[in-house]
Design a protein around this ligand. Structure first.
Ligand SMILES: *[C@@H]1O[C@H](CO)[C@@H](O)[C@H](O)[C@H]1NC(C)=O
Ligand SMILES: *[C@@H]1O[C@H](CO)[C@@H](O)[C@H](O)[C@H]1NC(C)=O
Ligand SMILES: *[C@@H]1O[C@H](CO)[C@@H](O)[C@H](O)[C@H]1NC(C)=O
Ligand SMILES: *[C@@H]1O[C@H](CO)[C@@H](O)[C@H](O)[C@H]1NC(C)=O
Ligand SMILES: *[C@@H]1O[C@H](CO)[C@@H](O)[C@H](O)[C@H]1NC(C)=O
Ligand SMILES: *[C@@H]1O[C@H](CO)[C@@H](O)[C@H](O)[C@H]1NC(C)=O
Ligand SMILES: *[C@@H]1O[C@H](CO)[C@@H](O)[C@H](O)[C@H]1NC(C)=O
Length: 304
């Protein structure tokens, strides 16, 4: 058992939930946009008496994540955020399996989830561990996107890093986009090739994935021959097997990586200062020239 589990135990003890010490406690991490994550909950073996399950989250006061009872899902008080996104791993609850499947994971799914069972013969919900059964407490951590600032000079090649959840075999598409280019992609990679439709013309033949095999989930972008107007905020999103690709607007995947790229003009501020000095010198020269000219004209008049 890890130190994390140990500290969780002591925290719970401190708070006074002594009866929960036998509960199954887990910390699970997921990445935004992940196709699904399983929150495990296992009632004891002898579970013919279980008639239903309730999954809840402490911070969502009255609304539950999922309520399944007498072979039906009850949508009445389900938090809207979980509608059509949750299911049981096994609706039969065979062998006491009450695990929850949460689909299209979002950052704000982060939280502590609890699993409680309904027992036959009791009309009230009972924490499964009241009868000596374990209750599952699962802390889900959905890691926020990786944010980076990168500064380059025009003409350079640049790599914008992005790492998807490990399993590249379940990646069906990678989308790189830029905040200000609403309808066009920087790069859309699907079925082992770059999709040319809807790619902004400015990126044609200038972008590629660092590794088209996407080994270990590496979906970093290479942008070649950087121009001043490549400055912008780039986002990396990954679509995992099982997500609906047809309607882009319906996709609820959060970006994995957000990168602010700055392309500095050559010479940068030094060039600007040189320019300012040069124009000041020219201005002084013009004024002096004008004064000399006027004096010269005046002298001519005096001669006449
Ligand atoms: C289920 O119960 C049987 C005996 O009743 C036991 O041998 C087995 O280990 C139990 N399995 C689990 C997963 O608790
Ligand atoms: C299984 O449940 C029945 C009644 O619900 C009980 O009599 C029996 O002792 C339980 N068996 C185990 C292995 O817990
Ligand atoms: C999470 O965010 C989405 C919008 O991004 C919102 O619809 C949903 O209600 C939020 N979920 C929770 C549990 O607050
Ligand atoms: C990126 O730059 C912005 C503004 O310059 C700054 O607020 C932010 O903290 C930087 N982010 C990182 C990850 O360095
Ligand atoms: C991905 O999995 C491989 C082995 O399957 C492992 O070596 C690698 O560290 C994993 N990468 C991440 C980011 O989890
Ligand atoms: C990766 O995906 C394959 C098939 O899609 C699956 O069998 C395997 O368990 C997955 N590995 C991980 C670490 O999720
Ligand atoms: C950047 O400028 C070039 C011409 O200088 C233009 O062809 C291209 O469309 C511009 N890119 C963007 C993203 O506006």
């Amino acid at each position: 058992m890890s130190a994390v589990t140990a500290s969780l135990c002591s925290t719970l003890l401190f708070v006074g939930f002594v009866v929960f010490v036998s509960a199954d406690q887990k910390i699970i991490t997921a990445q935004p946009g992940q196709k699904s994550v399983t929150l495990p909950c296992r009632a004891p073996n002898n579970s013919s008496t279980i008639t239903g399950v309730e999954w809840s989250r402490a911070d969502l006061a009255d609304e539950y994540v999922l309520l399944y009872r007498d072979e039906l899902f009850d949508p009445d008080n389900q938090h809207p955020s979980f509608k059509n996104r949750v299911d049981l791993q096994d609706r039969q609850m065979k062998d006491g399996d009450l695990s929850l499947i949460l689909k299209n994971v979002m950052i704000n799914d982060t939280g502590t989830y609890e699993c409680e069972a309904f027992m036959r013969g009791t009309n009230v919900k009972k924490r499964a561990n009241v009868g000596g059964d374990p209750i599952s407490i699962v802390t889900l951590k959905v890691l926020p996107p990786d944010q980076k600032n990168i500064t380059v000079k025009p003409g350079q090649n640049v790599m914008l890093p992005c790492r998807a959840p490990n399993n590249s075999s379940s990646i069906i598409a990678v989308e790189w986009s830029r905040a200000d280019l609403v309808d066009e992609y920087v790069l859309l990679y699907r079925d082992e090739h770059i999709v040319p439709e809807q790619q902004h013309p400015s990126f044609k033949n200038r972008v590629d994935l660092q590794d088209r095999q996407m080994k270990d989930g590496d979906v970093s972008l290479i942008l070649k021959n950087v121009m001043i107007n490549d400055t912008g905020t780039y986002k990396c999103q990954v679509f995992m097997r099982g997500t609906n690709m047809r309607k882009r607007a319906n996709l609820k995947t959060d970006p994995i990586s957000i990168i602010t790229l700055r392309v500095d003009p050559p010479g940068g501020s030094v060039g600007l200062i040189v320019g300012l000095i040069l124009s000041a010198v020219l201005l002084v020269a013009a004024v002096v020239g004008f004064l000399v000219y006027r004096k010269h004209k005046q002298q001519n008049r005096d001669f006449n």
